[in-house]
Design a protein around this ligand. Sequence first.
Ligand code: GLN
Length: 489
Amino acid sequence: MSTTPLHHQTLADLARGLERRDFSSRELTQHFLDRIQRLDGGLNAFITVCADQALAQADAADARRGRGEAAPLTGVPFAQKDIFCTEGVKTTCASKMLDTFISPYNAAVIEQFNAAGAVMLGKTNMDEFAMGSSNETSFYGPVKNPWDKTKVPGGSSGGSAAAVAARLAPAATGTDTGGSIRQPAALCNLTGLKPTYGRVSRWGMIAFASSLDQAGPMAQTAEDAALMLNVMSGHDARDSTSIDYPVPDYTANLNDSLAGLRIGLPKQYFGEGLDASVAGVIDAAITELKKLGATVVEIDLPTSHLAVPAYYVIAPAECSSNLSRFDGVRFGHRCEMPRDLEDLYKRSRAEGFGAEVKRRIMVGTYALSAGYYDAYYLQAQKVRRLIKEDFERAFEKCDVIAGPTSPSVAFGLGEKQSNPIAMYLSDIYTIATNLAGLPGMSLPAGFTAQLPVGLQLIGNYWSEAKLLNVAHRYQQATDWHRQIPADFA
Ligand code: GLN
């Protein structure tokens, strides 16, 4: 029996411990609920903690194991981003708009974790409607970075990132529209993966920008991310953009040799704007990958500089349409004593949405308006095509692309709040993959000034298993991913 504290163990370790009956799911779940109660006050990672429901799920998991019917993750506790509809549980998307919304149904991702027999500890904080890179736009207040509570955890999946980094949960889900799994994973020292667009069902996942949104795992290791992706992947007829493509066992090829792997280094990802100390950590990580047998080749992504501008037309355009359903009638907060219908719409939306969400709705509505559609939205879609073609050419020369996830380590709370453009640039290396629909991941690569740095890997369509293989081999040779913030050890 392992003497390692439960919260120092990976999902894979915990699954083995449950299998050996070293501990029950109830003991394991109680351990994490106790940690949340003791430690989350200083972090604000959770919006809702589901203690009673979690313990009931744990008992059901223990009974299922007793019947010999356990699946690999049966009885393992997770935290779920509060963007996934959860039946009978408050689902807010961190907005006042949905502060009292109890979902009548489960999102596909929640169904999948339930079918696996997993336990849900609670719902994690995030940027409002997933719009942000710092988790400061939440109606429920900012999340603190467990590595330094004066810093942001990244966003929009900042609550999930902080919860796992502080080991209040062994792993969590996130969603990534422009970097919201990878950037907080980088800033909190986690392994996060955004799958190929269409890999994971978006059904019941509150929509931000539908052509970009994808859910994925935020975990301690690549092996754990693979275990989660096994549960989350697959076709769902209820999501018209879900793709019917075979789901491999993502744990099967983790140990494949990296000999001969061609890693492409985009020259645009190592230039101006990249913090020098982050660049140093990334260079060392690439040297490590070369020791494992990889070769490197410089690649050119000439339209990289257009990714952020195109995204900030396309994402707001889609969000202005998606968020029109929150009108105080069909969904969402309703103002007191409306004078008439127009007053009801106006005041409900004015009161329910925060400043960043309003900014995006206004930009998006403008970009889609009759007189400006061609100049902005259509133009951005053309740029999107060029970005996709850049990657297609690059993947003729390499198998995987590597570079930094974020141009800097975690920045100070409040530091970029008054400057949206500076905030938007923190996703400069992650956004292009969403525009192209490609899978990408971030993994712990080292520290500078005692804050974590993430290495980003981008793969061709459906190459999640390859990305996880590269990350796993790297994690066998390094121990950055095992580092836990001192206050939460
Ligand atoms: N930070 C980006 C934005 O604000 C990406 C957010 C996301 O991936 N959900 O839109």
